[in-house]
Design a protein around this ligand. Structure first.
Ligand SMILES: NC(=O)c1ccc[n+]([C@@H]2O[C@H](COP(=O)([O-])OP(=O)(O)OC[C@H]3O[C@@H](n4cnc5c(N)ncnc54)[C@H](OP(=O)(O)O)[C@@H]3O)[C@@H](O)[C@H]2O)c1
Length: 268
């Protein structure tokens, strides 16, 4: 089994670790003891020094930096001092551009990847910007992320901002919408929360299945909302322009924050 080193086992690193443990040996560095797994293919170190001083296996595919953006460059500096140059380093941080990464470690193979926490269940779409990887190393990185879901190659680094909004952050938006549904539906019916959750999950699955079949959302809405019926009344009350405006505000705020963070972390 090949190995991957993950620095930072918090929300994102922890989800990647869970997803990878099926198919990889994972060596993790986190200054907090995060995972209590007995899996024989999992090793944890509390410091980078201890990790790199140990006898690392020779089949390490990549090192993944999954610490907060403000810690990434310092951690990269430490990793680069100990890591052989042929092993790619992947940053999953939002807002840290390639230029800042390569300025810290010009000699290493570096790239950016943006997964989401559904990596835990093998359901994360991951966007990868290849940075300065060779084609061969890019294939290694791509196949590593394919263990936790599909992969999309981002040709331009600038596309990362929208990807972060739509894929890294938007799962939290969908869950916000779901919570709003759940709260309102419970009030409606007086039914217990678990029952309402089951109903709403089923309706969400129905919508997702419809999308996956290639049907346009507006066409299916017309099919569901028969004239003078319940759906038509509901959609009218929902006021789709307010909903669209709120969602646009959320996505734009995510994207703008990513752009702002990159500007702050750019090297000129
Ligand atoms: N959360 C998401 O959904 C998501 C999605 C996509 C990408 N990302 C990216 O993933 C990165 C991590 O985010 P997160 O939410 O997972 O953060 P997090 O939960 O804070 O996890 C980071 C972990 O790394 C540890 N750490 C920091 N510096 C360290 C060091 N020098 N040595 C060892 N461990 C160190 C932290 O310890 P302390 O707590 O003690 O600092 C923490 O346990 C960010 O760059 C973010 O942009 C996150």
């Amino acid at each position: 089994m090949k190995s991957v080193v993950v620095i930072g086992a918090g929300n994102m690193g922890g989800a990647l670790i869970e997803g990878w443990l099926e198919k990889r040996s994972v060596i993790c560095v986190d200054r907090n003891l995060r995972k209590e797994t007995q899996a024989p293919n999992f090793k944890q170190f509390l410091s980078m020094g201890a990790c790199f001083d140990s006898k690392l296996p020779s089949d390490i595919e990549a090192v993944v930096l999954a610490v907060k953006p403000q810690h990434i460059l310092g951690v990269l500096d430490e990793v680069a001092a100990s890591l052989p140059r042929h092993i790619p380093i992947i940053s999953v941080a939002a807002g840290i551009p390639m230029g800042a990464l390569t300025a810290v470690s010009p000699a290493h193979l570096l790239c950016r990847a943006m997964p989401n926490t559904a990596a835990r269940f093998g359901q994360s779409l991951t966007g990868i910007y290849a940075g300065n990887l060779t084609d061969a190393q890019f294939e290694v990185v791509k196949s590593l992320f394919e263990v936790v879901g599909p992969v999309e190659v981002l040709r331009a680094e600038n596309d990362m901002h929208a990807f972060i909004a739509c894929v890294g952050s938007a799962p939290a938006f969908w869950l916000e919408v779901f919570s709003a549904f759940e709260m309102s539906a419970s009030e409606l019916s007086g039914l217990d929360k678990l029952q309402v959750r089951r109903w709403l999950e089923a309706s969400m699955k129905a919508a997702l299945k419809t999308l996956a079949s290639g049907v346009e959302p507006a066409d299916e809405q017309k099919r569901i909302a028969s004239k003078g019926g319940t759906t038509e009344a509901g959609l009218r009350a929902l006021g789709d322009s307010t909903l669209t405006a709120s969602i646009r505000d959320g996505l734009v705020a995510c994207q703008n924050r990513s752009i702002e963070m990159e500007r702050q972390n750019s090297v000129n």
